[in-house]
Design a protein around this ligand. Structure first.
Ligand code: HXC
Length: 255
């Protein structure tokens, strides 16, 4: 990652923050984005404590195409180039499908699916114009291919991101050498998903028991995988989804 420039959307909290930290510790110039400037500033300072690369932030909302364009412009102006994009920004909450409002549905689709497309398109256009072979990493969930009861908006959006991952991997891989991959994390401690979706200690324990390895994953483990998928060690991996969930989604036996 040394001297590479990586954009991590939603990089000021949860998994995004741990990925940004790993990249910066490995010598990358990291751009973290988020909606709350105060939080971005704090996390930038935290990352700089151990970073060997540089860190900047862009206060923005992935739902706003004008913000996304500004993110690309500011990253290029500060670091001279963009090498990798991690579409990590997400929104989610537990709700019964029949109780989900239209605005609630649209909000999650907008952040997760539209936001991922807006950022991919803006950074992809920059790479195509500059003839650079960049790499995109998307975040999905195993419920993108089975069922997300209680999170229908997120499940539908992540299924869209999965399709976007594979489609861009083919379109942009064949024309421009741009690689596009995804990670499907399971329950990961210290993340927005764990905090927002585990509504009680009992629910957290039930989730833990559903994982064959009987533990939550660590955000540092996701960060290590992200680093590998962006690096040249993964230069022949394209259009792939790597599940990191302790085997949880395979644990379908009724006992
Ligand atoms: C029902 C809800 C709700 C809830 C919001 N809404 N929370 N409905 N139950 N708990 C509805 C609101 O009533 C409103 O609809 C609409 O959603 C928009 O809400 P706002 O608060 O105005 O939206 P906004 O401020 O844009 O915030 C977006 C958000 C918020 C998604 C609601 O939680 C957010 O910003 N989250 C970002 C961080 C996050 O969620 N991280 C977790 C990612 S976990 P009405 O009709 O009332 O106007 C993840 C897990 C992946 O993705 C898989 C892991 C295995």
């Amino acid at each position: 990652m040394n001297n590479k420039t990586v954009i991590v959307t939603g990089g000021s909290s949860g998994m995004g923050k741990y990925m940004a930290k790993r990249f910066a510790d490995e010598g990358a110039n990291v751009v973290i984005t988020g909606r709350k400037e105060e939080r971005l500033q704090l996390v930038k300072e935290e990352l700089l404590e151990t970073a060997t690369g540089k860190v900047m932030y862009v206060q923005m909302d992935v739902r706003e195409p004008a913000d996304v364009k500004r993110m690309v412009d500011e990253a290029v102006e500060e670091f001279g180039a963009i090498d990798h994009l991690v579409n990590n920004a997400a929104g989610n909450f537990i709700v019964a499908a029949e109780e989900l409002s239209i605005n609630g549905w649209n909000t999650v689709i907008d952040i997760v699916l539209n936001g991922t497309f807006y950022c991919s398109k803006a950074v992809g256009e920059y790479w195509i114009k500059e003839k650079r072979k960049g790499t995109i990493l998307n975040m999905v969930a195993t419920y993108a291919w089975d069922a997300g009861a209680g999170v229908i908006h997120s499940a539908a959006a992540k299924a869209g991101v999965l399709s976007l991952t594979r489609t861009l991997a083919v379109e942009w891989g064949s024309k421009y050498g741009i690689r596009v991959n995804a990670i499907a994390p399971g329950p990961i401690e210290r993340t927005g998903g764990a905090e927002k979706l585990m509504l009680s200690p009992e629910m957290a324990e039930r989730t833990r028991q559903s994982v064959p390895l009987k533990r939550f994953g660590k955000p540092e483990e996701i960060a290590g995988l992200a680093c590998f998928l962006l690096s040249d060690d993964a230069s022949y991996i394209n259009g792939e989804v790597v599940t990191m969930d302790g085997g949880q989604w395979l644990n379908q036996l009724p006992f």
